[in-house]
Design a protein around this ligand. Structure first.
Ligand code: NAP
Length: 373
C-alpha cells in the first residue's frame, strides 16, 4: 500500500512541566527518519497508576515537555528508508520499551520513564521521548510488531481496545519466561488481583502451568478461578507467615516450583515474599517484578539451603513480545474483554483526566481503560 502524505500537524496530549496537568496541543507530526516508523495510533492503554505517574506521586524519571502514554496498537503510517519488511497500513503493536542501539543496557519506556542510567536519560531527552497519547507517534523500527489482523480481528473477533491490552500481559510474561516456567509446573502469582497480577495468572495458565493466585481480597481471587478454571487455586494473604506458607504448599499439593512477585509499593510490609520463599521447592525460582522501593527482608538462609534462584526482571525482550503475540494469535491466550477483563471506559484524549481517574478507581485484574485519538 502506498504511503499517504502525513498531515503537518496533529492533536496530542502534552505535559509541558513535570507533574503539571496535561493539555491538548497542536504539535507537528513527526516524519519517518532512518531507523524509525511513524504509527497512527488506534488504541492505547491507561495503566491504573498513570495518574500517580503524571502527577509526580510515583516520581518516575522523565523529561518534559513530553507526550505521555506508553505502548499502543496502531497502523504503520510512514516508514524510514531502511525498513525492509513492515508495510504501510499494517496493524501493529508498538512497544514502549526502547533500548539504545549501541548499548542495549540503556533502556527507556517512551512517554513514561527515562530509565536508570545516564545513557538511558540521554536516549529519552534527545530522541525517543514522546509516547502514544497523540494521533501519530514516531518509534524505532525494532519496537514495531506486526499483528495478524485477519486472525486477530477477522477470526478471533478482537477489537482495537482488546489489542491495546497486550502490554498488560507482556509484563508478567517477561518474568515468567525469565524464570523458565514449564508446562505442568506450579507457579504462585503474588499478588494476583491487580492489573499485571491477573494478567500473570492468564499467561501462566496459557503456558501450561498450574497457578496459585495469592491475594488479600477473596472476591477478586474467586473471580480469577471462575475465569481461568480448575488449574487456578487461591490462597488468601493473612500476613501470618506460617499459615500462608502452609496454605501455599497445601494448595499446590507439595512444594511450589516458581513465584512471580508483582507487588505495588504499598505492599512493602507484606509478608507475601517470605511465605512464597518458604513454600518453594529446592531449586525453585522467583521473579521479582514488583515496584517496592523499600528494602524487604528475605529469608536468606532458606535461599542458600534450597539453592533458590531469585531474579529481578524489568519489562521483557523482543523474543517475549514475538512469542506472546503468537500465543494470542493461536487463541491460547485470550486478552482484553475475551480474557475476562471488562472495558471500563474508552476515552478521547480530551477526556484524559476522567480516563486516568477511572483507571485509578479500577486498579484490579478484571478492568481496563483505553484512550484513542
Ligand atoms: N517489573 C516490571 O517490568 C513492571 C512493569 C509494570 C509494573 N510493575 C509494577 O507492578 C506493580 C503492580 O502493578 P498492578 O497494575 O498489578 O497494580 P494494581 O492493579 O494497582 O494492583 C495492586 C495489587 O497489589 C495488591 N496489594 C495492594 N496493597 C497490598 C498490600 N499491602 N499487601 C498485599 N497486597 C497488596 C492489590 O490487592 P487488592 O486487590 O486486594 O487490592 C492488587 O493485587 C506496579 O506498582 C509496578 O510498580 C513492574
Amino acid at each position: 500500500m502506498a504511503s499517504n502524505p502525513l498531515p503537518k500537524t496533529q492533536s496530542a496530549l502534552v505535559q509541558t512541566t513535570y507533574a503539571q496537568p496535561l493539555e491538548i496541543k497542536s504539535i507537528p507530526v513527526p516524519d519517518a527518519i532512518p531507523g524509525s516508523a511513524v504509527i497512527k495510533i488506534l488504541s492505547t492503554p491507561v495503566v491504573s497508576y498513570a495518574k500517580e505517574v503524571y502527577n509526580g506521586t510515583r516520581k518516575y524519571p522523565y523529561v518534559t515537555p513530553i507526550v505521555p502514554g506508553s505502548s499502543a496498537v496502531g497502523r504503520v503510517a510512514a516508514l524510514g528508508p531502511d525498513s525492509t519488511s513492515l508495510k504501510i497500513g499494517q496493524l501493529v503493536h508498538i512497544d514502549c520499551t526502547i533500548h539504545s542501539r549501541d548499548n542495549p543496557d540503556d533502556i527507556i519506556l517512551c512517554g513514561l520513564a527515562g530509565g536508570f542510567t545516564e545513557g538511558s536519560q540521554k536516549l529519552m531527552k534527545d530522541v525517543w521521548r514522546d509516547g502514544t497519547w497523540a494521533e501519530y507517534t514516531r518509534v524505532p523500527l525494532e519496537v514495531v510488531f506486526p499483528l495478524n489482523e485477519e486472525k486477530l480481528v477477522g477470526e478471533l473477533g478482537y477489537k482495537m481496545s482488546d489489542l491495546a491490552t497486550l502490554t498488560r500481559y507482556l509484563v508478567p510474561y517477561g518474568g515468567l519466561k525469565d524464570i523458565g516456567v514449564q508446562v505442568g509446573e506450579t507457579v504462585v502469582v503474588a499478588p494476583s488481583t491487580g492489573g499485571f497480577g491477573g494478567a500473570g495468572v492468564a499467561c501462566a495458565v496459557a503456558m501450561g502451568a498450574s497457578v496459585i493466585a495469592m491475594g488479600r481480597t477473596e472476591s477478586k481471587l474467586k473471580a480469577l478461578v471462575d475465569t481461568f478454571g480448575a488449574r487456578v487455586k487461591t490462597v488468601k494473604i493473612t500476613e501470618n507467615v506460617e499459615h500462608d506458607s502452609k496454605a501455599l504448599t497445601e494448595a499446590a499439593g507439595g512444594p511450589i516450583d516458581a513465584v512471580l512477585e508483582i507487588s505495588p509499593s504499598e505492599a512493602a510490609k507484606s509478608t507475601l515474599i517470605k511465605s512464597c520463599i518458604n513454600a518453594l521447592k529446592r531449586r525453585g525460582r522467583v521473579s521479582f517484578m514488583g515496584g517496592i522501593h523499600e528494602d524487604v527482608p528475605i529469608p536468606i538462609f532458606l535461599v542458600m539451603q534450597k539453592d533458590l534462584v531469585l531474579k529481578g526482571k524489568w519489562m521483557y525482550g523482543r523474543d517475549e513480545i514475538l512469542a506472546l503475540i503468537k500465543l494470542v494469535e493461536a487463541g491460547m491466550l485470550k486478552i482484553g474483554e475475551k480474557g475476562g477483563i471488562g472495558l471500563k471506559g474508552e476515552y478521547g484524549f480530551v477526556e484524559w483526566e476522567e480516563a486516568l481517574d477511572v483507571a485509578f478507581e479500577n486498579s484490579r485484574w478484571d478492568a481496563f481503560v483505553v484512550m484513542r485519538p
